[in-house]
Design a protein. Structure first.
Lengths: 328, 208
C-alpha cells in the first residue's frame, strides 16, 4: 500500500539544461508514443532521481504499512481472519520487495534504501505513523487505506518506467484481494452487534483525517511537476486522486450505515466535485517530519529487525560474490 | 541504571525492549548485506513458455528457488520455475524503432571446437512486457550462442532484447517433484473471490 503526497521537490544538479538536447528529445518522443522506458535506456538525471525516490518511498510504505496490521494477526477474531490478514501482510512485504527491485534497476542498492529508511532520510506514507487501537482500526486500514493505495497505484501503473509498471501489475492484482477482504471485514463489524458498530464507527472517525491526508497536500502546479507529468512519472494530481477516492468510497461507507466525521462533506452536483473541510496540513507536516504518534516506534521496529537479524544474513552470506543490479 | 524502552500499544513490540534512543546513531548497511539477486523465470501453465517474473535476493540458488516460489506463485496456477543469478544472465543491447536486435548480429558463427553447452534464449518483444523463453541453442561460446539463436529462433516480429542463460546456471524443480505446484486448492483464501459480503449487506439494508 502506498500514499500519495510523496514529495517532488527540486533536486540539485538535475537541471534539464545540462542534458543532451537530442537524447532528451528522443526520450520524450518515446514517452509520447506511449512506449515504456527500460533500465538500459538513456534517461535524464531528474527522471532517474525522481523515480528512485518515488519507487523507494512506495517500497518503504509497504514495509512500514505491514506493521500496524501485522500486530493484529494474532488477535484477529477467529482462524479465518487470521489466515486472511496473514496473507495480506505477507503480500505487503512482498510488494516492498518488488518495488525495491524496480528501484534497484535505476542504480540504488537495497542496502542503501534500507539505511535511508531507518535513518529517516527517505519517507514513507504518513498514514502509517498512526496507531491501530482496535481490531476495527486494522479493518479500516485493510479496506480504506488499501482503497486509497489502489487509486494511486492504478494511476502509477500507466506510467513510463517499465520495471515499475511490471511491479505494479503484480501488486494491483493482489490489492484486489486486500480490498475485498477489507470490505468484508468492515461489513461484518458494521452490520454486527451494537458494540461492533460502535467500534467500527470510532475507528473510522480516527482514520478519516489521515485518509484525507493520504493523497498529499492540494495541488500547486509548478513547472517542475508539469515536467514529471509529461514524463509520466506523476500520473495524477493529488486533488484528482482524492476526488476519485471520495467518489468511489463515500457511497460505500454510507451504505454500511456509518457516518463520516466531516459535516461539510458533500458532492457539489454542479461541479461534480466533493467539498470537504480542509484537513489539517500543519499536522500532516508535523507528522511527516517525525513528530507523529508512531514514527519512532515504526523506525525502531524496522531497525531492530535489521540489527537482530544481522547474524543470520552474515551466516548466509557467501564470500567472493559481487553485486549486479537487476536487469528488468 | 534503568534503560528506557519504547512503549507500544502492542505488548509484543514493548517486549522487544527497543532502547528509546535506538535511531539516534545512523545505521549504514554494508554492501551485499541484502545478498545477491537471482532472476526468476516462471511457467504459468503447462505448455506455456517460461517468462521472466522478477528477482529475489537470496544467499544461495536453492534458497532463491524457494523464495521465488513464495514470492511469485502465491496465487493462480504455476507449473514451473527456474532461477539464475543475475550475473549469469547475458544481455544484448535494447533496440527500438522496429529494429530487431538480431539485425545487429553479423554471422555466420565462427568455427570453434570447444565443447558445446546448452543456452536458454529469452526474448523481449515489447517494452514494458516480460522476457519470454524462445528456445534453446547449443554453442561453444556466448558469441556463437547469439548467432545460433539468430539462425534458429528469429521470430517475424522484431526482438528488442535477448537474454541468454547457460542451462547449467539455471536451477529448476525436478520433473518427479512437479506436484509441489499443485497448490491451487489450498490458496483460495488469497483470492478476492473468496470474500463475498453482498448477502450480509443486503440483509442489513433490508432490516434498516
Ligand atoms: Fe494492500
Ligand atoms: Fe496496503
Ligand atoms: Fe501493497
Amino acid at each position: 500500500m502506498y500514499g500519495g503526497g510523496n514529495t517532488f521537490e527540486k533536486l540539485q544538479g538535475t537541471d534539464l539544461q545540462q542534458e543532451d538536447p537530442q537524447q532528451l528529445a528522443e526520450f520524450e518522443a518515446r514517452i509520447q508514443r506511449g512506449e515504456k522506458i527500460e533500465p538500459s535506456d538513456w534517461m535524464p538525471q531528474l527522471y532517474r532521481k525522481q523515480l528512485i525516490r518515488m519507487i523507494e518511498q512506495h517500497g518503504h510504505s509497504e514495509i512500514i504499512g505491514a506493521l500496524p496490521e501485522g500486530t493484529w494477526i494474532t488477535r484477529a477474531p477467529g482462524f479465518k481472519r487470521k489466515l486472511s490478514l496473514m496473507a495480506k501482510v505477507q503480500d505487503e512485504v512482498g510488494h516492498a520487495q518488488l518495488l525495491y527491485a524496480a528501484a534497484e534497476t535505476l542504480g540504488k542498492p537495497r542496502e542503501q534504501m534500507i539505511s535511508d529508511l531507518v535513518n529517516g532520510k527517505s519517507k514513507y506514507s504518513n498514514i502509517f505513523n498512526y496507531p491501530a487501537f482496535t481490531w476495527a482500526d486494522a479493518c479500516t486500514i485493510s479496506w480504506l487505506v488499501d482503497a486509497g493505495a489502489i487509486v494511486n497505484q492504478l494511476a502509477n501503473s500507466r506510467g513510463s518506467y517499465g520495471p515499475y509498471c511490471r511491479a505494479l501489475e503484480r501488486i494491483c492484482a493482489e490489492e484486489s484481494f486486500h480490498l475485498k477482504y477489507g470490505h468484508h471485514a468492515v461489513t461484518y463489524l458494521a452490520t454486527g452487534t451494537a458494540k461492533q458498530r460502535e467500534m467500527m464507527q470510532a475507528a473510522l472517525n480516527r482514520w478519516w483525517g489521515p485518509l484525507m491526508h493520504f493523497f498529499g497536500p492540494p495541488d500547486k502546479m509548478s513547472v517542475h511537476s508539469e515536467t514529471l507529468m509529461r514524463w509520466k512519472v506523476k500520473m495524477a494530481s493529488n486533488d484528482d486522486m482524492r476526488q476519485q477516492f471520495l467518489d468511489m468510497y463515500v457511497p460505500k461507507i454510507y451504505e454500511l450505515g456509518l457516518s463520516i466525521p466531516d459535516p461539510k462533506l458533500k458532492k457539489n452536483e454542479e461541479s461534480g466535485k466533493w467539498e470537504y473541510t480542509e484537513p489539517d496540513w500543519d499536522e500532516f507536516k508535523r507528522v511527516i517530519n517525525g513528530d507523529g504518534p508512531c514514527n519512532k516506534e515504526r523506525l525502531a521496529v524496522r531497525r531492530t529487525a535489521e540489527e537482530r537479524g544481522k547474524w543470520v544474513r552474515e551466516a548466509l552470506k557467501a564470500s567472493a560474490r559481487k553485486y549486479v543490479a537487476p536487469l528488468a | 541504571m534503568s534503560e528506557e524502552f519504547i512503549k507500544s500499544l502492542d505488548p509484543r513490540v514493548s517486549r522487544m525492549q527497543m532502547p528509546a534512543d535506538i535511531n539516534e546513531q545512523p545505521l549504514q548497511k554494508e554492501e551485499l548485506d541484502q545478498l545477491v539477486t537471482y532472476q526468476v523465470f516462471m511457467q504459468k501453465k503447462e505448455g506455456k513458455n517460461f517468462e521472466h517474473a522478477g528477482i529475489v535476493h537470496a544467499p544461495t540458488q536453492e534458497l532463491a528457488l524457494l523464495y521465488a516460489k513464495e514470492q511469485y506463485s502465491r496465487r493462480f496456477t504455476c507449473s514451473g520455475m527456474a532461477v539464475a543469478e543475475t550475473s549469469a544472465v547475458l544481455a544484448s543491447p535494447v533496440t527500438d524503432g522496429g529494429l530487431s536486435v538480431y539485425e545487429l548480429l553479423e554471422g555466420p558463427a565462427p568455427e570453434t571446437d570447444g565443447p558445446a553447452e546448452a543456452y536458454e534464449v529469452f526474448h523481449l518483444m515489447k517494452r514494458g512486457k516480460q522476457h519470454e523463453h524462445a528456445g534453446s541453442v547449443e554453442a561453444a561460446t556466448v558469441e556463437e550462442a547469439f548467432l545460433k539463436a539468430k539462425e534458429s529462433l528469429t521470430p517475424e516480429k522484431p526482438v528488442l532484447n535477448i537474454w541468454l542463460v547457460r542451462r547449467s546456471d539455471l536451477l529448476t524443480i525436478d520433473e518427479e517433484d512437479k506436484d509441489i505446484w499443485q497448490t491451487l486448492p489450498e490458496k483460495g483464501y488469497r483470492d478476492a473471490v473468496a470474500y463475498k459480503a453482498s448477502d450480509r449487506l443486503k440483509e442489513f439494508k433490508e432490516k434498516n
